[in-house]
Design a protein around this ligand. Structure first.
Ligand code: PEP
Length: 248
């Protein structure tokens, strides 16, 4: 049984005080909800949020991690460090990391393997850009990203990965994929996972849609049979908007 999972991605937004204000407001609103949720925040706020959300079911995620445990890698944060802080989730391969920071299918694969060696759940982002969609290459692109990301990962680990389908042209643009476009790709992803790992893994793996999810479009998207959740950027910065999405 797949439980809906809606995660917020704060990207590089908020001050410490703004994070505290959000957490206090969101904790009140979230009481009694059974949808799984997490806030994926900048590294510097992870400990703070872990403390603020302790005693609740609200989980905390990072937005990236490095695959080596320690070493001369100035500016990087290891999975081991995130484990130390008690982080629950980690976004891997977000399109902004692929676009601006040289993330590749190979580095994504290494990061996933390191996360799966511990207890943090990876949220793997895949998705095509506008040019690829216009050339109708979206399925080829996403298939390639999946095959690269899951290389040499065993079935029992694979089913722990949350996959977020995020068409790049819909991220932060206000332009959402239609619920049918999102569903078609999420169904394609589930079939691709079935081809790699069989029916049981495909049935259990959680697939989110991400790309300008807002309170106004959340219900339609969440009601699609192969969409189990959402990765929410902009609208997760506001506690009321994010809660409205969770209440889809
Ligand atoms: C994201 O950051 O992953 C995202 C989907 O952003 P937005 O909801 O703002 O499009």
């Amino acid at each position: 049984m797949r439980v809906p999972f809606i995660a917020g991605n704060w990207k590089m937004f908020k001050t410490g005080q703004e994070a505290v204000t959000f957490a206090e407001e969101f904790k009140e609103k979230y009481k009694g909800t059974d949808i799984k949720t997490a806030i994926c925040a900048p590294y510097v706020y992870l400990s703070l949020l872990k403390n603020l959300f302790s005693g609740t079911n609200i989980k905390v995620g990072a937005q990236n991690a490095f695959y080596e445990d320690e070493g001369a890698y100035t500016g990087e944060v290891s999975v081991k460090m995130l484990e130390d802080v008690g982080v629950d989730y980690c976004v891997i391969g977000h399109s902004e990391r692929r676009q601006y920071f040289g993330e590749t299918n190979e580095s994504v694969n290494k990061k996933l393997k390191r996360l799966l060696a511990g207890a943090i759940t990876p949220i793997l982002c895949v998705g095509e850009n506008l040019e690829q969609r216009e050339k109708e290459e979206q399925y080829l692109v996403v298939r390639d990203q999946l095959v690269g990301a899951f290389a040499k990962i065993e079935a029992e680990d694979a089913q722990r990965i949350v996959i977020a389908y995020e068409p790049v042209w819909a991220i932060g643009t206000g332009k959402t994929a239609t619920p049918q476009q999102a569903e078609d790709m999420c169904e394609f992803i589930r079939n691709a996972i079935e081809a790699l790992y069989g029916e049981q893994v495909a049935d259990e793996i959680v697939i989110q849609y991400g790309g300008s999810v807002k309170p106004a479009n959340a219900t339609e998207i969440m009601n699609m049979p192969n969409i189990d959740g959402a990765l929410v950027g902009g609208a997760s910065l506001n506690a009321s908007d994010f809660m409205e999405i969770i209440d889809f």
